[in-house]
Ligand binder design. Structure first.
Ligand code: CA
Length: 233
């Protein structure tokens, strides 16, 4: 996988590049925001995704990393992982609101960073933004989930969902009948392991059951998590 490493500290970049290369990544190094944007934007403007993931240091010499993230996000859905020494919750929320897919605080464990890179890249299907496959819809009885357009319908009638409701439904629907653990869902959908998200998950499940008018579609597996029960056609 091609990875763009945006990092102004050459020592950090060299060490990290070596680790990433050992794990099979083709690393392109950008030393500032301008280089990062030049690496991403021309291809993105043509609808191409030059990188599978962007690792973005927020403390850059020429421009604010948040701005760089915003500019990248406007033109491409390439996953962005922010890397920063700022660990306060407000900074994290700001980053996630700007469209970052994950947020890693320095100093981080390399194994954890690799796990997060793999997690965000799994969420983005290869080639997703260049050629959305019109056939990539999940059908579960009366429910149709169109992944590229993020539309959900029941018996042909559109059901408007929030972003997180859609992500949650799409996650469960990928493997009907399989139990997803709460922590797993929270990490995949909310991209965090923050405490306090648990209640949010319950609220979203309840909302999905109600909006889809199918209370038994998502089954609570007590003490574990949730699974989607495929309805009869
Ligand atoms: Ca820096």
């Amino acid at each position: 996988m091609r990875l763009l490493l945006v990092e102004d500290d050459d020592h950090v970049a060299a060490a990290l590049s070596a680790v990433l290369a050992r794990h099979g990544f083709q690393v392109t190094h950008a030393r500032n925001g301008e280089e990062a944007l030049q690496a991403v934007l021309p291809a993105a403007a043509e609808g191409k995704a030059p990188f599978g993931v962007v690792l973005l240091d927020l403390g850059l010499p020429d421009q604010d990393g948040y701005q760089v993230c915003g500019k990248i996000r406007k033109l491409t859905s390439t996953p962005v992982i922010m890397v920063t020494a700022r660990s306060d919750v407000r900074s994290r929320i700001h980053g996630l609101n700007l469209g970052a897919d994950d947020y890693v605080v320095k100093p981080y464990d390399t194994g954890e960073l690799l796990a997060r890179i793999h997690a965000v890249s799994r969420r983005t299907a290869p080639g997703e933004e260049t050629a959305p496959d019109p056939g990539s819809a999940l059908r579960l009885g009366p429910v149709t989930i169109e992944l590229p357009t993020r539309r959900v319908s029941v018996d042909g009638a559109d059901v408007p969902l929030t972003r997180k409701e859609f992500d949650l439904l799409a996650l469960l629907a990928q493997r009907p009948g399989v139990v997803f653990r709460r922590e797993q869902i929270i990490s995949e959908v909310w991209r965090t392991s923050w405490e306090g998200t648990g209640r949010t998950l319950e609220v979203h499940v309840a909302s999905l059951r109600s909006k889809l008018r199918m209370p038994s579609l998502i089954e609570t597996v007590r003490g574990v998590g949730y699974r989607l029960v495929a309805p009869a056609g």
